[in-house]
Design a protein around this ligand. Structure first.
Ligand SMILES: [Zn+2]
Length: 194
């Protein structure tokens, strides 16, 4: 399985609507697997949508490491690692609000402040073509909203209300944990990307 090339802003495919997957078959599983491997081998990447690798199908992957205790929301246990591969993800419920910094692997180096729902429920198909529901809050919720947007040709910069928060902050050292990454998204000032 190969690592895929990530396309960047200016490529018209990032602005197109991706088609629904009729059935999660070997082709879709292979695509999702390659996308996951691409996330794993890209510094700071935590998620990817198929249009970002030039494939206009409704498939996303998310891989979040376990939360550090200090990252957990007040009064809550840190969340465990998350690994999701979903076809036709659709937000069926959302509530609350959060504001945080996002970046995007398809807009390298740029980050900006985006408002998102705090809690969402996503309906999707898993890799066995079964219908699943994923409930997410906080950072995972943000990552899912960012990726689902990609399936409709929407980029995080479209949501940046205060253009002053939009800035170029490339990560220049792969060992610098604080560096910001495109297609990485985060709630901290300097963050991970998606
Ligand atoms: Zn993105």
């Amino acid at each position: 399985m190969a690592e895929l090339e990530i396309i960047t802003e200016g490529d018209p495919r990032l602005r197109q609507k991706a088609s629904r997957v009729r059935k999660v078959d070997d082709d879709v599983r292979k695509l999702a697997q390659s996308m996951m491997e691409t996330v794993e081998s890209t510094p700071y990447a935590i998620a990817l949508a198929a249009p970002q690798v030039g494939v206009l199908r409704r498939v996303i992957v998310v891989k979040l490491p376990a939360e550090e205790p200090e990252e957990a929301e007040e009064g809550e246990e840190p969340e465990g690692p998350v690994e999701l591969m979903l076809a036709n993800p659709e937000i069926i419920r959302s509530s609350g609000q959060q504001t945080g910094i996002e970046g995007c692997l398809s807009i390298p180096g740029w980050i900006g402040e985006v408002k998102r729902a705090m809690h969402i429920t996503v309906k999707a198909r898993d890799m066995s073509d079964k219908e699943v529901r994923v409930k997410a809050s906080g950072f995972l919720s943000r990552a899912l909203q960012h990726e689902i947007d990609h399936l409709d040709g929407v980029l995080f910069v479209d949501h940046v209300e205060d253009r002053e928060t939009l800035r170029y902050e490339p990560f220049d050292d792969e060992d610098d944990e604080d560096a910001a990454n495109p297609d990485t998204i985060g709630q901290t000032e300097k963050s991970r990307s998606s």
